[in-house]
Design a protein. Sequence first.
Length: 312
Amino acid sequence: MNINKIDLNLLVYLDTLLRECNVTRAANQLSITQPAMSNGLKRLRNLLNDPILVRTSDGMVPTERAKELQPVIRGVLLTLEETLQPNRDFEPSKSRRVFRIMASDYAASTLAPKLLNKLQLHAPDTTLDIVTPSDVTFHDVENGKVDMAINRFDNLPQSFHQKRIWKDSFSCLVNSNNPVIENFSLDSYLKARHIWVSKTGFGVGVGMDPADIQKLGWVDEALAKFGKQRNIASFTRNYHVAIHLAKEQNLIATLPSKVAKIYQNSADIKILDAPFPIAPFELDMIWSPLLHRDASHIWLRQQISEVAQELQ
């Protein structure tokens, strides 16, 4: 195959088709007509001597050949886009840029207030837009629609840049009048009732079951190592809801220590060390290679890193 004879637009078509697995959606993504995209698919099939997408009862499914090509084509296009990005200077004091950050409830609670203070001090006309993990996808981050994603990540596409923000431990937060304070031990912890708070990632989780240890996360996995299980009275996806529930009821909220410390000066809240070992977890920030050399993005990463250092 002579690459000089290949229409490079076909690589863009292929990348979009393999992401969407739908001709109409792919055409909409590229702002072209459906017949034009169908023609592009036909040309790709002839070029590669492969069906690329095969219709099944589950819709259009990529062939094995297409699956092999997908990460390669995506990497080539991202490298090209990154290289061609204009290299503009950034003056924070004059910028009106909107910084869009996907952050879990935990990350937003701990980082956002100090980050916003920094932006108001050094870049007063910029705007901080914080979106939740369920609002965006990895593709939104990869395509630069979201400047940054801050969360705990198990698996990431290789194209992303990433940086560790910190490690955090766990603390127990209770009402200051909760009788469990008098003799706080593993035994009294297990006899009490608890509030579960989710670990959040991309996508929406639906429904929780106290018996499903595999889904419950760090705290319950740590207890399971001792053959123990806590009595969960309430599930919530928001750390501040968990804290207010603990404050109003005789319930224990076991949550990341940096969130608990936000309330350390509250008279009606007591923060206790967890009565059993829970492995610390890591908070990371990830961003698209398309933004890696962008001057405003470099500045944003520096501000986030400085805030993280202040909160260590």
